[in-house]
Design a binder for this molecule. Structure first.
Ligand code: PLP
Length: 369
């Protein structure tokens, strides 16, 4: 980096103390909630751990829907804090949870008072049935805690309408922002669960500290030394999504997912998640033909950003994913990915219809535009 280029990152004036509340309010609007929004200075994994650490208590009996590696971590943090946790995994790793499985878990255990799940994820491109799960949980009076890090900006998430009590977000996925700052949105009814004797306090993981040191003091200065760069980056990510409109951004991700999916039959590969309604709009995962080795396929990809890599966590090691998150959720990156996918399949000895695949993807965009 040149000294001139470096200057942009140095001697950065502090983010104005009056600006934090505005950022929180803008996030609340994005998530459709009249609840509180806390700004967590750390990547989203820190915010997720803070939620678990602050909520966990022997009185908490959680159904932890572990469809992603983050879900497994979340269950562990709850247990560490003394909660009893039932982990619920999909029948096949990397697929969404079936609503019937959630209903059975509720029926089998009337003591469940909290449900945790990831909304969508990019490891294998699946989408959990959040609305149905939230409805089941609300009927039981259980708290609904959602990891929306990957989904925010890529899927509609209307917290209050859905009855989501806690949502954790980060700007680094569909919003295309910086990962150093994240947020926890909470319905007000959650505070009594957090405000109890023995609650985590004087800790980076304490949501009650946020309440005491920021919310209750009128949402002015944040404690410590907030990173001005990260707050400016969050401001920028919010400004961009507001200019586009959250609904338009969600529609753009949906269109990208449909376009990639439309190309797969021509490429001769199957989608990993069969139904579009159960697939995340962030990445599309596809199963390679039996005779193509995944490592060889990945090695044969063209140089440069194809948006194609190995899926994570599905059994069998035969699945690759095409990333269409954030700025990649657009016509040119999608067509480039489909082309790269097709040409690489051909290099590996398969007989894809590359032109047909690109045309199918392009038609999806043109139909919508
Ligand atoms: C990316 C992601 C996270 C956490 O992201 P970090 O970048 O590790 O902070 C959490 N949950 C889900 C579902 C994600 O996709």
């Amino acid at each position: 980096m040149t000294v001139d280029a470096a200057a942009e990152f140095l001697d950065v004036p502090p983010f104005p103390a009056s600006g934090f509340a505005t950022l929180a309010d803008r996030i609340a609007a994005l998530l459709g909630t009249g609840g509180d929004v806390l700004l967590v200075q750390g990547e989203a994994i820190v915010a997720l751990e803070a939620v678990a650490a602050s909520l966990a208590a022997p009185t908490v009996h959680a159904l932890n829907i572990a469809t992603s590696p983050y879900g497994a971590l979340f269950g562990g943090w709850l247990r560490r804090g003394g909660a009893s946790v039932t982990d619920l995994r999909p029948a096949v790793a990397g697929r969404p949870i079936a609503i019937e499985a959630v209903a059975s878990a509720f029926a089998a255990d009337t003591g469940i008072n909290a449900v945790a799940l990831a909304h969508a994820e990019s490891a294998t491109g699946m989408l959990n049935p959040l609305a149905e799960i939230a409805a089941l949980a609300r009927a039981r009076g259980a708290l609904v805690i959602v990891d929306a890090v990957a989904s925010v900006g890529g899927h509609a998430l209307d917290m209050d309408a859905l009855g989501v009590d806690v949502a954790v977000i980060g700007p680094q996925k569909a919003l295309g922002g910086s990962s150093g700052l994240s947020a926890v949105a909470l319905a007000r009814r959650v505070w009594p669960f957090l405000d109890r004797p023995g609650a985590t306090a004087d800790s980076i993981l304490s949501l009650m500290d946020h309440k005491r040191l920021w919310l209750d003091r009128g949402r002015g200065a944040l404690p410590g030394m907030p990173s001005a760069l990260e707050f400016r980056a969050l401001d920028a990510a919010l400004a961009r999504i507001e200019a586009e409109g959250i609904d338009a951004a969600v529609a753009r991700h949906d269109r990208a997912a449909r376009a990639v999916r439309a190309s797969l039959p021509k490429l001769g590969v199957d989608p990993w998640v069969e139904n579009l309604a159960e697939a995340s709009a962030l990445v599309t995962a596809a199963v390679l033909p039996d005779r193509i080795d995944r490592a060889a396929f990945l090695d044969a990809l063209p140089l440069g950003a194809t948006g194609i890599d190995a899926a994570i966590g599905e059994p069998g090691g035969r699945v690759v994913r095409i990333n269409h998150t954030g700025s990649r959720a657009d016509r040119e990156p999608v067509l480039a990915s489909v082309t790269a996918f097709g040409l690489t399949l051909r290099r590996c000895g398969a007989g894809p219809d590359v032109d047909g695949a690109v045309a199918a993807a392009a038609e999806t965009f043109d139909w919508f535009d």
